[in-house]
Write a protein that binds this ligand. Sequence first.
Ligand SMILES: [Zn+2]
Ligand SMILES: [Zn+2]
Length: 569
Amino acid sequence: MKSETKTCQNCKSSFVIEPEDFNFYEKIKIPPPTWCPECRMIRRLVWRNEHSLFKRSNSAPGKKETLISVYHPEENIITYDRETWWGDSWDPCNYGQDYDLSRPFFEQFRELLERVPHMPLFDSKSINSRFCNVVVEQKNCYLTSAAWRSEDCMYCNRLWHGKFTHDSYTSFATEFCYENVYCSDSSRLFFSRESEGCLDSYFLYDCRNCSNCILCTNLRHKSYCIENVQYSKEEYEIKKKSMALDTRSGIKRARKRFEQLWRDAFHKHLKLTNNVNVVGDQVSNSRNCFSIFDFRDEAENVKYACWGAHGLKDAYDVGPGCGDGCELNYEGISVGVQNSQIFLSATVWYSREIFYSFMMNNCSHCFGCAQMNGKQYCILNKQYTKVEYEKMVPKIIEHMKNLPYTDKQDKIYKFGEFFPSELSPFAYNETVAQDYFPLDRDMAAAKGFRWREYVPGKYNITILGKDLPDSISEVSDSILNEVIECEITKKPFQITEQELSFYRRFDLPLPSIHPDERHNQRLKLRNPMILRKRQCYFGDKEVFTTYLPESEGGPKKVVCAEHYNKEVY
Ligand SMILES: [Zn+2]
Ligand SMILES: [Zn+2]
């Protein structure tokens, strides 16, 4: 079979399907895509709200408390509290529908979403973790999303095996860490980027196995360095003290300097560690992958995937949220953690052989189902026998080909297309689509996406962010009662007890900006998940990179692997 160039049904740009791609689609018996990889990713992202949380009512019988949920109160969705959802008092099959051969599948699926009770926040097997979403096996965490197997962490997004890690983005196995982006296997590391195996340090970029260093870049196996200059332990301590890193003003100064140092540093064109035949960014210990981002350990034969760790085999178009012992998954978002053969679905854990389903835990052989735990052989939440199910599914697939769904912009969704974004229970700007492909209201409308403005609740602000004490040593316990106004967005926020003791323990100043805005600022420190070609800084060759061109604010010294190894190691 030869490669084929197709025109994307959505954006009309051309994209290529390679012979090995055709083999994969043949293996899973799903027709090749009609949308380009980027449009496919955005379409999936619109089905994942990670961190826009709302108050809404609890519809579980006999329960009155208000819930915190990913669903906006205006959204036509029913939510049960977590305890009821996981309990035995209700059965999602009671909301089952007969499959109607006179109407498109997606129409019927949206109706199911409006009838069946939903889990308010997506979570499986977590303990004592408030306001955490799309998380699995979390313990004692708070306001953390897209995370698994972490303990005592707060305000993180994309976290794996974190402990006492706060305000970090895409972190693997870090402890006692704060304000890091893409850091791993580190302890007491603060305000750092893309560093690994580091200890007791601040403002590091691309450092490995360093300890007691501040404002360093491209450094290996060093201690007591500031701005890459070696000091004695005594000199280092004196200099560190003069930087006043326990104050917000000291951190602000250091941040500014760090930005300049980052700009002047060497940047490897793609951050790939110990891979074989991988084109992607921020990937380690993997083989035969293309267009894969933010994946740690053991991805194999994977294309168009992002955010995951520890084992993902033979998968296309998955994530954020993939990996942890998964195989043969296609077009899925939040389909990590011991899944196999999950197709065209959103938020599925510990399951196999699932098509077109939304929020499934420990299920198998389900088609077009939602909000189920421990079920098998169901279609639109209706229970069938194995024999009936196996007879019905090919009929439905045929029906989806013959009577496809057409969206408001006349795009056609036959069998093999992911859920149309206009049927998502989330507005574009509530989802991670806004994190990775930001739009404004008008741009979103032009592309047919829903949009919802943020409406602030009623709060009595008791202190302005700018008036918070500069040093953590000046903060008294009464701060726990204050409602702080974010210096940037004016959104109110509070400091929790667990958080305050963390700042005190590590001599870190109080943040003066809202956790959402802190997340937004960290997001700006990552590269877009788009592979582009660029000339190595030394001019020897053209390489793939995710860095923006210099004209769009990218750094100057983006280098090929050979030059990186020469300059940095
Ligand atoms: Zn496209
Ligand atoms: Zn080069």
